[in-house]
Design a protein around this ligand. Structure first.
Ligand code: GLU
Length: 319
């Protein structure tokens, strides 16, 4: 039986058991959430909000909360950042379940999945430079979404002029894909048109985030993803890829981003400060306020989490 299917035995006069498909992600599936930081630096106010929301949603559902270190993009990995993140989470009273996964230890699994897509005839090499991609999109009059220039499929039928591939792409189906996000509501995107065939293996030989995140969430049996709205525009492509691999896409919730004084997403590149773990309740209250909640009348980390889980349950009608 597939996950998301429920065995319903109806007692009919003929006594034939019927297996009825049910909508995926009924409340029957055990909730598994995750926090998946990229170890490019310590947690800051922005990443703490994503950690908090995913943790609260898992605890509110009496579910599991997994931790995955997304160190696939090795050039962006900062030495010791994973160790610091783990220690920050501990000091903030956020205990994860099960073993931590490091993407850097899963390369052979990603290679297997890549080969599976290749055998399905879905992968092709692409020789286009960034500049060519942008000017081809411009010529085709395609602006793309969020400033992202779509790839127009230049090398889909083969690389012209004897050039070597720089990256490897997967053929995306030309169809509208819709999903319901628990925070922002219904979203629809035609990935083939808005993004184009996406890169699954980069010019530097690394597997792309968009591929590995789909494989990891499937392998960790993640039912629910709670993360920042910067990744909202990645969801349709990730779900499409999941479906191409025969995986059930998880349920989604994209929470608002914490912005700096100039309206930019807080990030390591924008020099966001590491969170203050010496005053954990204060850091937690700040992240809580960024999620739109009122300050909780608590003084300890444990009391904070008890009150926050209760408030989260109420806000999202979690029984
Ligand atoms: N590793 C990503 C980040 O730190 C998050 C990926 C995800 O939640 O899917 O922004």
């Amino acid at each position: 039986m597939q996950p998301g299917q429920l065995l319903v035995i109806l007692t009919l006069s003929t006594s034939v058991p019927l297996i009825l498909p049910t909508p995926s992600h009924t409340t029957c599936a055990p909730y598994t959430g995750r926090f998946a930081p990229s170890p490019s630096g310590p947690l800051h106010d922005g990443s703490l909000v994503a950690a908090m929301a995913s943790f609260l949603d898992a605890r509110a559902h009496h579910g599991r909360w997994l931790l995955r270190i997304e160190d696939i993009d090795t050039p962006r990995v900062a030495r010791d950042a994973d160790r610091i993140i783990l220690s920050q989470l501990r000091q903030l009273g956020m205990r994860w379940d099960g073993d931590i996964i490091w993407q850097s230890q899963r390369l052979s699994r990603y290679a297997d999945i890549y080969q599976q897509l290749d055998r399905q005839g879905l992968i092709y090499g692409c020789a286009c430079t960034r500049h060519e991609i942008a000017s081809n999109a411009e010529q085709a009059g395609l602006a793309g979404e969020d400033g992202e220039r779509p790839y127009v499929g230049t090398c889909r039928a083969g690389i012209a002029g004897g050039r070597s591939p720089r990256a490897w792409r997967v053929r995306m189906p030309d169809e509208a894909y819709s999903f319901t996000d628990r925070w922002v509501g219904e979203r629809t995107q035609n990935v083939a048109q808005a993004v184009g065939d996406m890169i699954v293996k980069r010019a530097d030989g690394l597997f792309a985030y968009q591929l590995v995140v789909v494989v990891d969430d499937h392998d960790q049996q993640v039912t629910d993803i709670v993360r920042g709205q910067d990744l909202l525009s990645s969801t349709a492509r990730q779900h499409q890829l999941a479906r191409m691999l025969g995986f059930t896409p998880p349920r989604m919730m994209h929470i608002p981003l914490v912005l700096d004084g100039e309206g930019r997403k807080l990030s390591k590149q924008n020099h966001a400060q590491a969170i203050d773990v010496h005053n954990p309740v204060k850091s937690l209250q700040r992240a809580w306020a960024a999620l739109g909640f009122d300050v909780l009348p608590v003084n300890t980390v444990n009391d904070f989490w008890d009150a926050a889980v209760a408030a989260w349950r109420q806000r999202f009608n979690i029984g």
